[in-house]
Ligand binder design. Structure first.
Ligand code: LLP
Length: 422
């Protein structure tokens, strides 16, 4: 459930007409709902409630300071994957004890910054990373808390580009080598083993792959404890999928996911961490765009809109589906017509949907892409020197621009002219 609904014939974000925001900030833009973010965070928090737990929001899905602050105020931890995301979490006021640092290629500088600034745990993904972290921690005279990410060799049954839990993927340490690698970690004076980490992929629409992975984690917990390791935390990753279409069979609910966690790892006495991104931010955001032209082609009609692949890359990158709805509610029973919905960029890949049934639309009409709050703004670029589009946060009947659209001058001023061209 989200808070983008038609009211009196007009799409609203909570209590604000989306058209009012468009009139104020111009299109295209991203628009997020505070109530939806809060609701989704609470669903996870409540799903794990009986267990000692921390829900760490995957910052990669939406890293705007206002979004992080909204969640941090509810007690969220953060899962970061770069020095930049770590800095964003800190800037949003999240204490180091609530930040976990994931990622397969952390640099020495990133690890040092996190050790100095405070960190709950590093999710370590390789032996070389372990050695480097040990060196930095030893030099600083501290002990780095680590969980080792194991690769359980489980098929997440999701899009190949976002599956991470098979042995052929670059992520984690093969579960078969876990004992050996934990023994090495325990021997390094700068590391303190605190737990096990696993993440098998994103946009999972079934619970079975999670179940298979978590059962392996449970077994491994007992084995590692018998080896003398103090396994007191399990980081179970993110990945629970969201409904991208209204018609589709919905993915499992956070409450079902919570039941599964309790069933598989709930009696081990471990503190449970999870790292959801998409389920918290995805359906809490829309991207709003205007129709520039309605173009009648040979056997196809095109809606050419002012949003493009640089603003929302998911359709061209993963063939992802986003529901696209008119901001003015279509009259009941109005005839629909198939359109290819495309952006202005000079690539055929700049296509959001083919043959999508839409009610009659004209130049200047507004459309909203649903489920665009995760991996939307964060993956955008300035390709074609199209400015990064603004982000707006709604809260009840208020809205605020939480990232402004840069002017062309600002964009151009970031380039430098070398002396020989001056
Ligand atoms: N934890 C780790 C270690 C991850 O790699 C990810 C996502 C998450 C948590 C959060 O997963 P979520 O709950 O959001 O599914 N750009 C792609 C998604 C990439 C996901 C990468 N890792 C997309 O637009 O679908």
């Amino acid at each position: 459930m989200d808070h983008f609904l038609y009211r009196d014939g007009a799409l609203h974000a909570e209590d604000v007409p989306v058209a009012d925001i468009a009139a104020s900030v111009g299109t295209p833009f991203y628009c997020y709902s505070t109530a939806t973010l809060q609701r989704h965070f609470r669903l996870f928090d409540e799903a794990l409630a009986p267990l000692d737990h921390l829900v760490c929001f995957a910052v990669k899905s939406n890293s705007n300071q206002a979004i992080l602050k909204t969640l941090a105020a509810m007690g969220a931890g953060m899962d970061v994957v770069s020095g930049g995301e770590y800095a964003r979490a800190k800037a949003a006021g999240v204490p180091g004890e609530r930040i976990v640092f994931s990622g397969v290629g952390k640099t020495a500088a990133e690890m040092r910054a996190a050790l100095v600034g405070g960190i709950r745990q590093f999710n370590v993904e390789s032996e070389p990373e372990m050695e480097v972290l040990n060196g930095i921690a030893t030099a600083l005279g501290v002990i780095a808390p680590v969980a080792i990410r194991i690769n359980p060799d489980v098929d997440a049954r999701t899009h190949a580009k976002i599956a991470t839990g098979r042995s052929e993927n670059k992520f984690g340490i093969p579960i078969a080598r876990a004992r050996e690698v934990y023994a090495r970690a325990a021997a390094l004076p700068g590391l303190g083993v605190v737990g096990i980490d696993v993440h098998i992929g994103s946009q999972l629409t079934e619970l079975e792959p999670f179940e298979a992975a978590y059962r392996k984690v449970a077994d491994l917990t007992l084995v590692l404890r018998a080896d003398g390791h103090d396994i007191r935390r399990l980081d179970l990753g993110g990945g629970l999928g969201i409904p991208y279409t209204r018609s589709n069979q919905a993915p499992p609910l956070p409450s079902d996911y919570g039941d599964l966690i309790r069933r598989t790892v709930g009696d081990l006495g471990c503190e449970i961490e999870i790292e959801p991104g998409r389920l918290i931010s995805g359906n809490a955001g829309i991207m709003v765009s205007s129709v520039i032209y309605v173009k009648h082609g040979e056997g196809r009609d095109f809606l050419i809109i002012d949003g493009a692949m640089n603003d929302l890359i998911r359709p061209s990158m993963y063939d992802a589906h986003h529901d696209i709805v008119p901001v003015r509610e279509p009259l009941a029973g109005v005839a629909q017509h198939p359109f290819d919905i495309v952006g202005p960029i000079c690539e055929s890949g700049d296509t959001f949907a083919r043959g999508r049934q839409m009610p009659p639309l004209e130049a200047g009409d507004l459309v909203a892409f649903r489920s665009a709050g995760a991996y939307g703004a964060v993956m955008s670029s300035e390709y074609n020197t199209r400015p990064l589009i603004p982000e707006v946060l709604v809260n009840g009947d208020q809205f605020a621009v939480i990232r402004a659209r840069p002017g062309f001058d600002e964009i151009i001023a970031r380039d430098n002219i070398p002396v020989w061209l001056a």
